[in-house]
Design a protein around this ligand. Structure first.
Ligand code: NAD
Ligand code: TDX
Length: 332
């Protein structure tokens, strides 16, 4: 049996990964999570206690991290501050968790010689023009735009340097925008779904022409497990499922699926420095590891996600008022 240490396992993608690992393998998982506003223990509550341990702590706390890494066979590092709008408002926690937290983990992994997988984002590559037919590849230059993406880029570069300088047994993945259950209501898709459930109109930044490349969180999890098990040490893999959509189309789909007029949304002021388009070329992952997404149909996945939020109001309602108060202060 493999002992996995999953940081940030009470967050959106981390908790989906823990569910996936428990269903698909016989591994034991220890979750290390600080339970910031984005962490929610309820996302793990249905999992068997015999297979999942929870440790409340900061990934930048070397004492806790060393103890947990020493008894792990592999570490998958999801913990991060993740919301661009928050990073524009207050970048400090992004530096602490994304940069110092990753550094702390890398030092422990180096000390105990443990296999490490680093979770990152396509945002490290900056953005593409709307009329550009190109997509990001593993060879794209780093060019992050926001405090969030620059700290993620910094953490990736730390991993690369630790691999080269200290021979760390590591891999990196950079994934596109995820959707699915357990995503915080501050993020685009859950915000609009829960707005509609509350009788409020969805909020589209600017004209809604910006493009995101959507992937179901379960497809992200299957790719990460594949890389952990079969990926070549020292390599970076891009993860994406050919799910490009502009934001206006996504809002219109949500409204239509929920039985409202497609234009029943508000245009609000745009995000500062708003990245135009992200798009992933996942050829390396597909060709080398034979990975394929299991949820390639975005509309179907979106409809299932809407149902999940409809059925789990007790999961999201506690965060909704504070989130909307934050956006109201920004005029968004
Ligand atoms: P999230 O904000 O939902 O969850 C982050 C989790 O990390 C929370 O449980 C939080 O409590 C925990 N955390 C924060 N600071 C911590 C600290 N100092 N110590 C320990 N735990 C801490 O994030 P998410 O959307 O699930 O993203 C997870 C990872 O995936 C991040 O590294 C992010 O950069 C990456 N990623 C996200 C997306 C996306 O679309 N959401 C896409 C690509 C990559
Ligand atoms: O109310 C909104 N209205 C709106 O139009 C919100 C919250 C967002 N948007 C737009 C901004 C983006 O173009 O929707 C798009 C998606 O926004 P977010 O959900 O904030 O995601 P994004 O900024 O694209 O970043 C996400 O994907 C990459 C994650 O939050 C990151 O953690 C990940 O690295």
């Amino acid at each position: 049996m493999t002992q996995l240490l999953v940081t940030g396992g009470a967050g959106f993608i981390g908790s989906n990964f823990v569910h996936y690992v428990i269903e698909q393998t016989d591994h034991h998982v220890t979750v290390l999570d600080k339970l910031t506003y984005a962490g929610n223990l309820a996302s793990l509550s249905e999992l068997p206690h015999s297979r999942v341990d929870f440790v409340h702590g900061d990934v930048a706390d070397a004492g806790i991290v060393e103890k947990l890494v020493a008894s792990a066979d592999a570490v998958v590092h999801y913990a991060a501050e993740t919301h661009n709008d928050n990073s524009l408002n207050d970048p400090q926690p992004f530096l602490h968790t994304n940069v110092v937290g990753t550094f702390t983990l890398l030092e422990a992994v180096r000390k105990y010689g443990v296999r490490y997988h680093h979770i990152s984002t396509d945002e490290v590559y900056g953005d593409l023009e709307l009329d550009d037919s190109g997509r990001f590849t593993e060879a794209s230059p780093y060019n992050p735009s926001s405090p969030y993406s620059s700290t993620k880029a910094g953490s990736d570069l730390l991993v690369r340097a630790w691999m080269r300088s200290y021979g760390l047994q590591a891999t990196i993945s950079n994934c596109s925008n995820n959707y699915g259950p357990y995503q915080h209501v501050e993020k685009f898709i859950p915000r609009q779904i829960t707005n509609v459930l509350r009788g409020t109109r969805p909020r589209l930044y600017g004209e809604g022409l910006n493009v995101r490349d959507w992937i179901h969180a379960d497809d992200h999890s299957s790719a990460v497990l594949e890389i952990l098990e079969k990926g070549r040490i020292g390599e970076t893999y891009l993860i994406g499922a050919d799910g490009e959509k502009d934001n206006k189309t996504v809002v219109e789909l949500i409204l239509t699926i929920m039985g409202l007029d497609a234009d029943a949304y508000e245009n609000v002021p745009d995000r500062t420095g708003h990245d135009l388009r992200y798009a992933i070329d996942a050829t390396k992952l597909r060709d080398e590891l034979g990975w394929r997404p299991r949820y390639p149909d975005f509309e179907q996945g979106l409809a299932a996600t809407i149902e999940w939020y409809r059925d789990h109001e007790s999961w999201w309602a506690p965060a909704k008022d504070a989130t909307e108060a934050f956006y109201a202060r920004l005029g968004q």
